[in-house]
Design a protein around this ligand. Structure first.
Ligand SMILES: [Zn+2]
Length: 104
């Protein structure tokens, strides 16, 4: 089977790793699609987000702490987005809890 350089179209031998015409790396030309990043590359944040929602409802004070942790994950837009929701949820539920306790 004859291969051709993906960059310049030069005819190549089967065992070639580099194009003899332009120097293009042939070895990574075909499986390049496998290198595409998947959204599953942040499993730790997913765990923190789930924990944040659970604690926001059960123990709002811990929910606020987790939301602050998520809001400081500047590299992840997903973590900061959920961090804001968890913070609002925690504060609202904490206010409702305090208000209910005051009425009793
Ligand atoms: Zn080439």
């Amino acid at each position: 089977m004859t291969k051709f350089c993906p960059k310049c179209g030069e005819k190549l031998v089967d065992e070639a790793k580099f194009c003899k015409n332009c120097g293009e790396d042939i070895t990574d030309a075909a499986p390049a699609a496998n290198v595409v990043q998947t959204p599953e590359s942040e499993p730790s944040h997913t765990f923190a987000i789930v924990l944040g929602y659970v604690f926001a409802i059960l123990i709002p004070l811990i929910g606020i702490i987790i939301s602050i942790y998520l809001l400081t994950r500047r590299e992840s837009a997903r973590a900061t987005k959920h961090g804001k929701i968890i913070l609002i949820l925690s504060v609202v539920l904490w206010a409702i809890t305090l208000f209910t306790l005051m009425l009793w």
